[in-house]
Ligand binder design. Structure first.
Ligand SMILES: Cc1ncc(COP(=O)(O)O)c(C=O)c1O
Length: 397
């Protein structure tokens, strides 16, 4: 546990931060690394003719190389842009632009999904006429295999799912899902909640495309990554174009490169890419994913023990121990004034979040109103959880 690495806790000594599923705090190493880069090495990248730009580009590329090492992928298959939401929009539109997803084709999602995986598809389906269908989920949050078999017909061209739910913390078996798919189904995985917590191997899962948002892994906001298999990089027509996403331009035509750069139109977010490099270096030097997961499991076990003691009064949406991260959403039957609940926590300087957590269809499917969500990360310890449960107990009393 390295709380002392995070200046936010030195500057707010009584803060109990349990909202990491929304965004993580930044270690001094990342802050210093970004400041150092801006102070010493920053310049625009690509087609440089001077040393500073060369250094800047080297570090931008190094960020991708390190991410590739984490994912067991090639750096040339990693593309940077704003965040997971951005990538979910871009990839959907690119599949349409490339005539891969056409009128009457189907995209298959899960009822309990993040809005980033639902809303962009709704907009495009209205314009281009492809269909959206949703596979149901059991009471225990497992994917309904019968429903999947029924709905996964020949018209399904795209399957898209989150790896870990940002509401329940449940880890879905994406490798298993992949094994059920035909080779010609484009498979998208949202790794926003799993990448910060566990080892991911894209060769092992063999997905076509994954997206994640880096502010959930201690990098800065507005930087996200998409992994796209080489064949798909070649095949797909991007949603956006402009500088660096072109080879040649004339008044009425342009040509497009056949590598990752066709998806990185415009000056990239160089500085925040360095923040991702620094956050990955921090994880590599201090933690590694296995250690993060180990630490998190201790927080999970402790939290579930305390939630179980309150189970008559506090309903946890998914109370299982295995296959989960330290994300817990709950509600108190008869006390659905969530503003009141989070205000009480806020008075104790405990940061949690209440609402629909960008998963309104999931809450509707569960027939529950909004939930309160407590989520822990590597800088949390048992004493943080003790403080959280003390307040929760006082509320239900
Ligand atoms: C599972 C999941 N997908 C996508 C997102 C969207 O991330 P961003 O808002 O950074 O695009 C989030 C963040 O809440 C998330 O938890």
């Amino acid at each position: 546990m390295k709380k002392q690495d995070f200046p936010i806790f030195q500057n707010n000594p009584t803060l109990v931060f349990l909202d990491s599923a929304a965004s993580t705090q930044k270690p001094q190493y990342v802050i210093d690394g970004v400041n150092d880069f801006v102070s010493n090495d920053y310049a625009n990248i690509h087609r440089w003719a001077y040393q500073l730009s060369e250094r800047s580009e080297e570090l931008y590329d190094k960020s991708k190389q390190l991410l590739a090492e984490f994912l067991n992928s090639k750096a040339s298959e990693i593309i940077y842009n704003y965040n997971a939401t951005h990538w979910m929009n871009v990839i959907a539109q690119s599949l349409v632009n490339s005539w891969f997803l056409k009128k009457w084709d189907k995209i298959l999602l899960w009822i309990r999904e993040h809005h980033a995986n639902i809303v962009p598809r709704q907009i495009l389906s209205k314009i281009f006429g492809f269909q959206i269908d949703f596979v149901g989920v059991s009471k225990w949050c497992e994917i309904d295999r019968d429903d999947f078999s029924k709905k996964y017909d020949k018209s399904v061209k795209v399957v898209s799912i989150w790896h870990v739910s940002n509401v329940t913390g449940k880890i879905y078996d994406v490798k298993k899902i992949k094994s059920l798919l035909r080779a010609d189904t484009f498979f998208i995985i949202d790794w926003s909640q799993s990448f910060p917590n566990m080892k991911i191997d894209v060769q092992d899962i063999w997905c076509d495309c994954f997206v994640f948002t880096a502010h959930k892994v201690m990098a800065y906001t507005w930087i996200g990554a998409m992994y796209l298999k080489r064949d798909w990089i070649k095949k797909l027509t991007p949603m956006m174009s402009g500088w660096w996403a072109i080879r040649d331009v004339d008044l009425f035509w342009h040509t497009v490169p056949n590598d990752y750069s066709k998806f990185e139109a415009g000056t990239p977010n160089i500085i925040w890419a360095i923040s991702l490099l620094k956050s990955l270096e921090y994880i590599k030097s201090i933690w590694w994913m296995e250690k993060i997961r180990e630490h998190e499991q201790k927080l999970v076990e402790y939290s579930l023990e305390r939630f179980t003691k309150l189970k008559e009064k506090v309903k946890l949406i998914w109370p299982k121990t295995n296959d989960r991260t330290a994300v817990f959403s709950f509600f108190i039957p008869g006390n659905e004034n969530f503003n009141h609940i989070w205000e009480i926590f806020a008075k104790h300087n405990i940061a949690i979040r209440c609402g629909g957590h960008c998963a309104y269809p999931m809450h509707k499917d569960l027939k529950i109103p909004w939930t309160c969500r407590m989520s822990a990360y590597l800088y949390n310890d048992i004493s943080d959880l003790e403080k959280f449960f003390e307040v929760l107990e006082s509320i239900v009393k």
